[in-house]
Design a protein around this ligand. Structure first.
Ligand code: AMP
Length: 628
């Protein structure tokens, strides 16, 4: 056993003592009475009876000792602006926004939906919710109205906080009309909408509903709002994620367990300490943004950089220039961003002083070896591939330089992180597999602190979805295939379900199919994820038309393809748009009527489709091939 594996073993075998020690990394208003209540498996309640507050741990705790130090650095290459907030500034802003929300009746347990671009107000609002004991639900800015309406109805927020618009690569996306449409579609509209007017998009406020952020800010400028102490298991936030069905799952996170997990990971996984600077290029709409743009670095007393912009504007050196200017110690990004940078001038990697940078963490999708090698050589720094999910809230697998220095292997996100009892399981028998055997990557419960506590409002679905998919035992399925080698290094080998990963964004193929089926000409369709050099995967759709004669006119197929793409854009957003829509008269299915997605993917990627004994009509696969 290497020292990381040894540390990990202790977290499982001597769980209570291990997490009692880790829990000292945060402030508890009231100490907990029990480390773990696992009396109703698979539900795990961590630090029972303890009271704490995420905002206090992220902000107040540092005001005395490092009030004048940088807490939040906002850089926007979209609107060419930059603001640095010290911990004291952040404290002021968060108190003001908490007072603004409280003035609209927001209190303990109420939901606030945040639909915002990467601007400081979004971070203030998240922290203000935490301060009030309210539950935030951040929805990725620019998400389509239908998506947004589903999330509004599920979370039933009292207030929505938004902005007039976001901007990406210099192109403005107005958020306000998307939100108005979502509210019109929703059955649970919020009472109030607070809008940050950035002056990017002119709009008419809805009288009686829409409030101006700056006006409210002015009214509550000097407010002080005491943090609301929450029992450790009280929900801190909901974050929706895609699965195999059309209905998104609201991943619910607790308070105390999350705070401890993040504080602990800042040391163990990221090897950092208070006073350092963290750059995470994710978005606050994703789990990585929640954990390592907002809460993790601040709970760890670090400065965090909130970057609004792309990695290649004004040029491909922008991220490295941030590292130099702000002396970034830890950087966290996604393989897709690195693949984009790979197309830029390699000299940009050498143009800046990167001496402050310890390592680059990459997560969200498989890190292919050529990309890993390219960036490792270019930076001359360790590249740490780490594997996790929205559900787990922090890292399941990673090298953990704060625990011990152990060599990494290309293609492997290394070892289980302490607290995660990771197994590779035979999906037929439910038995544990040994080294070099491919199976489902699973986690034996209890899930560690910081992982999801349930699906918002649906305990049954939580158990059904995650814990009942493997026969003969109750384990959490990640729905990823994987294996570990003889040295214990893990390798992730792709999803077991119909979820695809486009440029680090997780999409259910079912969601895309459901949206395409809305087109009046479409009878049925199949969407698959096809390997793509840049984005990892792209969606490709095969549609069967109700009446194929609509394609008789010249150019009709292109027109219909465009119309279908537009529907997906409107309902799910541009990330979900299929790269191609092809028309066939039948889909390859098994005799029991299940679409043979894996065979379609193989044909599209030019591989052998494998065993086709169950196929109903082999000519259907020929059609797929011909249509490409
Ligand atoms: P999300 O919840 O959107 O973060 O997506 C989680 C999924 O992304 C995982 O179940 C994996 O399929 C994939 N994923 C995340 N990190 C990695 C990684 N380092 N290597 C391979 N796949 C990853």
């Amino acid at each position: 056993m290497n020292p990381i594996q040894h540390f990990h073993r202790r977290s499982i075998d001597d769980r209570d003592a291990f997490w009692t020690a880790e829990s000292a990394a945060i402030h508890w208003h009231k100490p907990f009475e029990q480390v773990l209540d696992f009396s109703k498996p698979p539900f795990a309640k961590w630090f029972v009876g303890g009271e704490t507050n995420l905002c206090f741990n992220a902000v107040d705790r540092w005001v005395d000792s490092r009030g004048g130090e940088r807490a939040l650095i906002w850089v926007s290459t979209e609107v060419d602006q930059e603001i640095i907030y010290t911990y004291r500034d952040l404290y002021r802003e968060v108190n003001t926004v908490a007072a603004m929300l409280a003035s609209q009746g927001v209190g303990r347990g109420d939901r606030v939906l945040i639909y915002m671009p990467m601007i400081p107000e979004a971070v203030f609002t998240m922290l203000a919710c935490a301060r009030l004991g309210a539950v935030h639900s951040v929805v990725f800015g620019g998400f389509a109205s239908v998506n947004l309406a589903q999330r509004i109805d599920d979370a039933q927020p009292k207030v929505i906080v938004t902005a007039d618009a976001g901007s990406r690569a210099g192109k403005v996306t107005p958020y306000k009309p998307l939100l108005d449409k979502a509210i019109a579609l929703s059955t649970q509209p919020p009472a109030q909408v607070i809008i940050v007017d950035r002056g990017l998009y002119a709009f008419e406020p809805v009288v009686g509903r829409d409030l101006d952020y700056r006006e409210l800010h002015h009214t509550h400028d000097k407010a002080e709002i005491a943090p609301v102490w929450l029992e450790s298991s009280a929900p801190s936030y909901i974050l929706y994620t895609s699965g195999t069905t059309g209905k998104p799952k609201g991943v619910q996170r607790d308070t105390g367990g999350y705070a401890v997990a993040l504080a602990s990971s800042m040391k163990g996984v990221f090897n950092g300490k208070a006073g350092e600077t963290f750059l995470c290029t994710s978005d606050i709409g994703w789990v990585v943004g929640h954990s390592y743009i907002v809460y993790g670095p601040l709970i760890g007393g670090q400065a965090t950089i909130l970057y609004e912009g792309t990695p290649i504007r004004p040029d491909g050196g922008i991220l490295w220039s941030l590292v130099e200017r702000f002396s970034v110690n830890t950087m966290f990004s996604a393989p897709t961003a690195i693949r984009v940078l790979k197309k830029q001038d390699p000299a940009l990697l050498k143009k800046y002083d990167l001496s402050s940078l310890r390592s680059l963490y990459l997560a969200g999708e498989p890190l292919d070896e050529p990309t890993a090698e390219w960036i490792a050589a270019g930076l001359g720094k360790p590249i740490i591939d780490n594997y996790w999910q929205t559900e787990t809230g922090w890292t399941i697998l990673a090298a953990q330089p704060g625990v011990a220095d152990v060599a990494t292997k290309f293609g492997s996100p290394s070892f289980p992180v302490y607290g995660f009892d990771v197994r590779v399981i035979d999906e037929q028998t439910g038995e544990d597999l040994g080294p070099n055997q491919k199976g489902v990557v699973a986690i034996a419960p209890p899930l560690p602190p910081g992982a999801m506590s349930t699906i918002w409002g649906d305990d049954e679905r939580f158990v059904e979805t995650y814990f009942n998919s493997i026969p003969n035992r109750q384990v959490y399925s990640t729905f990823d295939w994987g294996l570990f080698d003889e040295d214990g290094y893990f390798f992730i080998l792709g999803r077991t379900d119909d979820v695809i990963n486009v440029a680090g964004h997780r999409l259910g193929t079912r969601e895309i199919e459901e949206s395409i089926n809305n087109h009046p000409s479409v009878a049925e369709c199949a969407v698959v994820g096809i390997a793509d050099q840049l984005k990892g995967q792209v969606a490709v759709a095969f549609a069967v038309l109700k009446d194929p004669r609509v394609l008789d006119e010249p150019g009709a197929d292109l027109k219909l393809e465009g119309a279908i793409m537009k529907i997906v854009d409107e309902q799910l957003g541009a990330v979900a748009r299929p790269a191609r829509v092809r028309f066939v008269t039948t889909l390859p299915k098994t005799r029991s009527g299940k679409v043979l997605r894996r065979a379609i993917v193989a044909v599209c990627e030019g591989r052998d489709p494998g065993d086709l004994t169950t196929i109903e009509d082999p000519s259907a696969l020929e059609q797929i091939k011909d249509s490409l």
